[in-house]
Design a protein around this ligand. Structure first.
Ligand code: ZN
Length: 456
């Protein structure tokens, strides 16, 4: 890993790139560029400057430590031994600070880490958005969790993996995924990688939890649709690159939640679901099944969380990252701080650190400032959804007929085709007509979950 990192770094910081950029930035040359070409040069300059400020030895050390830290995390999680992982986490925070210092942002290392994932975002902006979200979401989540309505999860058992695979391929195709430029395979943890010409998605199958596999696959398909929608002719430049992690996540979440878990699309999907799994679903009513796909429950584990409580898991991580970077929280005290925050936000305490501070892979690889993008993506997804409903009359009828082309076409034009021309905040304003905020997400959650959980 460290050899690869150093080799890639050497190529990306080749002085010839700097010479070319400088020549393009001269007033005569710059004024002859189109607006799009200016975006390409601007983003290339940003990347080049950051990378050239990182010494090769630092890049090597960082990759080596990330690899060591990952393996230490795997073992620590298995043994529920946070103390074995703590020195590695300290090292990762130190490396993040040093990286920020190398690029001249040593006074605000956490902001630097956030900006790496979502250009233009800061901890201050996120903190304000999350505080607003928290004020509405904590009481709402509590009322859903305490409603007494219990989704019938235990009824869904024995769904053969081969049929699950068949279903999700049909669904991915229905959403618009192009299998001539991508594929789905199996891995322990679902992800989507590659690029628009070769999009690789993975999923996993649990015979007793078919909904997790199905909606996980719809989620990854949303990522894949974004990659496939980026302008192919601009691949490799800012114009053909996703706008950032939050925008990426808005695409996966929109398809997974607003579309996939919504009534209209589920009306389309349910008959096929029952056809493929007739024995397994024979005793489950339609209402029960719809409640099951929109099940809300208390879990200490982020990746198992539903879309109501999920955002609370993210707020917890954001607040802890801020405290780790400000020095207010020592790594050694992290497990306790985690348990306390979990109790405050969700009213539960993890049984051990495997379900607490050791559950996520992100920090072991130095991916700080990454978690907020999941929640920012949820906010954008809800804003895009309401905008789409306004702009696309007949959208819900189309979805009920299994026709996703109208929505996909709109997202292609409004989001995918823009590449990295706009950052998260600019894109949200331009496409939805409003600044990024939690109002649409809260409205959506209340509209979806209020009736299902008998809330006023
Ligand atoms: Zn995702």
């Amino acid at each position: 890993m460290s050899v690869m990192a150093e080799t890639t770094h050497a190529a990306a910081t080749d002085p010839a790139i700097g010479t070319l950029l400088t020549s393009l930035e001269k007033p005569d040359a710059w004024s002859a560029l189109t607006a799009d070409q200016c975006v390409v040069v601007r983003e290339a300059r940003r990347n080049f400057d950051r990378l050239t400020r990182l010494p090769a030895a630092f890049v090597r050390e960082q990759a080596l430590e990330a690899s060591r830290s990952y393996h230490a995390w795997v073992a620590a999680r298995e043994n529920d031994d946070f103390r074995a992982f703590a020195p590695h986490l300290e090292k990762q925070i130190d490396l993040a600070r040093r990286e920020a210092a190398h690029v001249g942002q040593g006074d605000a290392p956490y902001n630097y880490m956030i900006d790496k994932h979502d250009p233009g975002m800061t901890a201050q902006v996120i903190g304000r958005l999350f505080d607003e979200l928290k004020a509405g979401l904590v009481p709402f989540a509590k009322s859903v969790l305490d409603s007494g309505v219990r989704p019938p999860m235990g009824l869904l058992r024995g769904f053969p993996a081969d049929r699950q695979k068949q279903l999700l391929e049909e669904v991915a195709r229905c959403l618009g995924f192009d299998f001539s430029r991508g594929r789905i395979d199996i891995s322990p943890h679902p992800f989507c990688g590659g690029n628009g010409e070769d999009t690789r998605m993975t999923t996993r199958f649990d015979e007793d939890n078919p909904l997790q596999s199905l909606f996980g696959a719809i989620h990854e398909t949303g990522h894949g649709l974004y990659e496939q929608g980026l302008p192919a002719e601009d691949a490799g430049t800012a114009l053909g690159t996703a706008a950032g992690m939050a925008v990426h996540e808005s695409q996966s979440r929109l398809w997974e939640n607003q579309v996939g878990r919504g009534r209209p699309f589920w009306r389309h999907l349910e008959p096929r679901f029952r056809e493929l799994f007739s024995k397994q679903t024979a005793s489950i009513s339609s209402d029960e099944l719809f409640l099951a796909i929109n099940a809300v429950g208390r879990t200490p584990v982020r990746v198992e969380a539903d879309e109501v409580t999920y955002n609370l898991h993210i707020i917890l991580r954001f607040e802890i990252e801020q405290r780790l970077f400000s020095g207010e929280l020592a790594v050694a005290d992290l497990p306790g701080a985690w348990r306390e925050a979990m109790q405050n936000l969700l009213g539960i305490v993890p049984a051990d650190d495997r379900e607490g501070a050791l559950q996520d892979v992100h920090w072991s690889g130095g991916a700080f400032g990454y978690f907020p993008s999941y929640c920012l993506g949820n906010m954008l997804a809800a804003q895009l959804w309401y905008r789409a409903l306004d702009f696309l009359p007949g959208l819900e009828g189309d979805l009920e007929n299994g026709d996703c082309s109208l929505l996909l076409g709109w997202l292609r034009e409004q989001v995918h085709a823009k590449g990295r021309r706009l950052n998260l905040l600019e894109l949200t304003q331009e496409v939805t007509g409003k600044p990024l905020g939690p109002e649409a997400l809260l409205r959506y959650l209340k509209e979806r979950y209020g009736p299902l959980y008998n809330l006023e």
